[in-house]
Design a protein around this ligand. Structure first.
Ligand SMILES: Cc1cc2nc3c(=O)[nH]c(=O)nc-3n(C[C@H](O)[C@H](O)[C@H](O)COP(=O)(O)OP(=O)(O)OC[C@H]3O[C@@H](n4cnc5c(N)ncnc54)[C@H](O)[C@@H]3O)c2cc1C
Length: 321
């Protein structure tokens, strides 16, 4: 971890710094760069703008993770349900992402399951025939099996559930076996959580594992099942290999998606759109944006410079970074 990342994590945890940033112009620039808005309505407006101007789709995510306080869990669920309704009313994809530990699993499994069902039912009700999915994010290994089981239960109940799997985990190939035979959306990411004994290590090995999993996602069985492959990566070299693999397997650019974080590598996002690929952005919203936004800066020091250049702009107009 770089010094920059350590500093960003310390800042993310500092309540004083958070209060100050939420009240200042620099703070609002940071928020508009990486966050869709404070409310579901504002985030849906950001999503509508991205769709209209750039043909970019969005997945809304209410900020918060590892929440054990029932009141905050309820707020997260209500905000996510509100996001489903407002996306449906705007005629956009009813597409939201949820962290199982933010919607109840950090309190009890039963609460997490009930809340996931509430959100997925609201999404199904609001859906208007777009690419409408409630995608479960994949967190640390302690919750992996429960997240996969939840995905299966929701699908069995006919709810529009998608899943995220991490290429660096050795068991992802096994998890994929069942998933690629379903009508679901699967987002493949490299994996953000600390390396464990049962993980691939090193960039080359993780990239190779990513492509091995992608080949299964682009298999004839997946296509026959109505499976939607989603590649969650900012890595342009990896994306080039994925495009070649998809072409080789006969998947048209419209039949799969790339997904990136809102505000990250905007130049590459716009280039993908110009090449005719589907792009979705993971679009966080909520009043508690400070820890999320400052972590994005810490991951990539160049973001601090982009931020200084783009005070009060979201970066999409200028195609920055
Ligand atoms: C839509 C989406 C959803 C995700 N969901 C999950 C999840 O549920 N569980 C999980 O474990 N992980 C998740 N992740 C994170 C993921 O696992 C990786 O940690 C993260 O995406 C970095 O890997 P990368 O594939 O972008 O490649 P990297 O090799 O890390 O990055 C490729 C290039 O992109 C650029 N880049 C990367 N990050 C940034 C940044 N912040 N700012 C500017 N440039 C940057 C750099 O130039 C870098 O060289 C998600 C990522 C995305 C995009």
């Amino acid at each position: 971890m770089s010094i920059f990342q350590k500093a960003a994590i310390a800042l993310a945890r500092s309540p004083g710094a958070g209060r100050l940033m939420r009240a200042t112009a620099a703070g609002s620039a940071l928020a508009s760069r990486f966050v869709g808005g404070a409310t579901a309505g504002q985030a849906a407006a950001t999503a509508a703008r991205l769709r209209e101007r750039h043909g970019i789709r969005a997945s809304l995510f209410y900020l918060g993770e590892y929440v054990a306080d029932p009141a905050i869990i309820e707020q997260t669920v209500e905000q996510t349900v509100a996001a489903c309704r407002v996306l449906g009313a705007e005629g956009l994809d009813v597409h939201v992402s949820i962290d199982p530990t933010a919607i109840g699993y950090a309190h009890s499994d039963a609460l997490g399951r009930d809340n996931a069902r509430r959100i997925a039912s609201a999404a199904r009700q609001a859906a208007g025939g777009g690419r409408d999915w409630v995608v479960l994010d994949m967190e640390d290994d302690g919750i992996r099996a429960r997240t996969c089981a939840l995905h299966r239960e929701l699908l069995e109940d006919g709810l529009p559930a998608g899943l995220t799997l991490q290429a660096r985990r050795l068991r992802t190939l096994r998890d994929l076996e069942w998933v690629v035979r379903q009508r679901t959306s699967l987002r493949l990411v490299k994996g953000a959580f600390p390396v464990r004994a049962l993980d691939h290590r090193g960039r080359a090995r993780i990239d190779a594992a990513y492509l091995e999993a992608a080949a299964i996602m682009l298999s004839p069985q997946a296509r026959a099942a109505g499976f939607l492959p989603v590649f969650g990566t900012h890595d342009d070299r990896l994306a080039g290999a994925l495009m070649a693999l998809a072409r080789e397997r006969g998947w048209a650019p419209d039949e799969f998606e790339f997904e990136m974080l809102y505000g990250v590598r905007v130049d590459w996002q716009l280039a993908l759109r110009a090449m005719g690929y589907n792009l979705r952005v993971y679009l966080p919203f909520g009043a508690d944006w400070w820890p999320y936004a400052i972590r994005r800066v810490g991951e990539h020091p160049r973001n601090a410079w982009l931020l200084a250049r783009s005070l009060n702009s979201d970066g999409y107009a200028a195609g920055q970074g």
